[in-house]
Design a protein around this ligand. Structure first.
Ligand SMILES: Nc1ncnc2c1ncn2[C@@H]1O[C@H](COP(=O)(O)OP(=O)(O)OP(=O)(O)O)[C@@H](O)[C@H]1O
Ligand SMILES: [Mg+2]
Length: 314
């Protein structure tokens, strides 16, 4: 095992202000104690419903969100501190791709400048060298050279996501956090972009943290998957653990929600879905503690952890 990044007891709490004096009256526990390890060259999925804390986790890792508690260890350094991130060029090694490339790519900049921007922060290249490098990056994501001098609005959503991928790999990073990178795209285009990402991973040997609300999308990408609910992990395991042997009712619920095109078995799928939903509603209280908080994780195998009451004992 070759560890790249380790997250321990990470918490991000946002203050809620209210009243006449605008005092902090409460906190949103967006991320409330998560642990995981990212290994070199592997792909991880972070899956959960809207508001479960996925983006906040991703942003905390790249340093876009301040952490409330916990550690993020990269090459032996705790990168929750901005000064440490700067000292070890962390922002070169860890990049993020966002769902909505229309707002994340600067509309006033030409593609050559969009892609070269992160390079300029870390390397001194001549104009000619820089142009060569950006051309190569465009080529890697299957875009023609004449894209260089165009603007983001001149491309389709799928092309823009590919440009986002080219920009993210420009600094030759070790880890890319991809926050719903294909959610806004048509199914056929989703597959294309995912294939490029897969190929780039093989070429550069990088790790991905892939954020999605849909267990169907990450299935073919991820080696390991964490299922997130209300800022905590309800289950974490290998792809096989999660898809073939899900333990937490919330995981089962996400699995039953994967859209299927299997027409002959449609009635059967609907029945499974109904059963899971019924079990979920009926046994709410036994899946979460009295405050609705997810239990601590316990091991059920070397690769598989689940958050069950009393560690799963009856
Ligand atoms: N800047 C902020 N200030 C206050 N609360 C925030 C802030 N950003 C996020 N939150 C809250 O933190 C929680 C987690 O948000 P987050 O964006 O991480 O969810 P998510 O899992 O990425 O959801 P989605 O699938 O909709 O993108 C939500 O309840 C959200 O309202
Ligand atoms: Mg999000």
């Amino acid at each position: 095992m070759s560890e790249l990044l380790r997250i321990s007891d990470l918490k991000v709490h946002y203050p809620i202000r209210s009243g006449f004096f605008n005092r902090v009256t409460d906190h949103v526990l967006a991320v409330d104690g998560v642990d995981f390890i990212i290994e070199k060259g592997k792909t991880y999925g972070l899956v959960g419903e809207s508001g479960s804390g996925k983006s906040t986790t991703g942003k905390a890792i790249v340093g876009l969100e301040k952490t409330t508690a916990g550690e993020i260890i990269y090459n032996g350094h705790d990168v929750t501190k901005p000064s440490v991130r700067k000292k070890i060029d962390y922002n070169k090694d860890v990049q993020m791709i966002f769902q909505d490339s229309m707002s994340s790519l600067n509309p006033k900049k030409r593609i050559i400048d969009v892609i070269a921007e992160p390079i300029r922060n870390f390397e001194r290249l001549s104009d000619q060298e820089e142009k060569q490098k950006v051309k190569k990056l465009l080529d890697i994501v299957g875009m023609p050279d004449d894209a260089l001098y165009k603007y983001p609005h001149e491309f389709s959503g799928g092309q823009r996501q590919r440009i986002g991928v080219a920009r993210a790999v420009a600094t030759n990073p070790k880890l890319i956090i991809a926050d719903e990178p294909v959610s806004a795209l048509d199914l056929s285009v989703q597959a294309q972009v995912l294939n490029f990402m897969k190929r780039i991973q093989e070429e550069f040997g990088l790790s991905y943290l892939f954020i999605s609300h849909d267990l169907g999308v990450v299935k073919h990408m991820c080696d390991n998957i964490a299922i997130m609910y209300k800022g905590r992990f309800v289950e974490i395991g290998s792809r096989e653990d999660i898809y073939n042997n899900p333990q937490h009712i919330y995981t089962k619920r996400l699995l039953s929600a994967i859209p299927r095109i299997d027409v002959p078995n449609r009635d059967k799928h609907m029945e499974v879905r109904r059963q899971v939903e019924l079990e979920y509603q009926e046994k709410q209280s036994s899946h979460y503690d009295s405050n609705g908080r997810v239990f601590d994780l316990s091991n059920i195998s070397d690769t598989h952890q689940v958050a069950l009451k009393n560690g799963g004992e009856a």
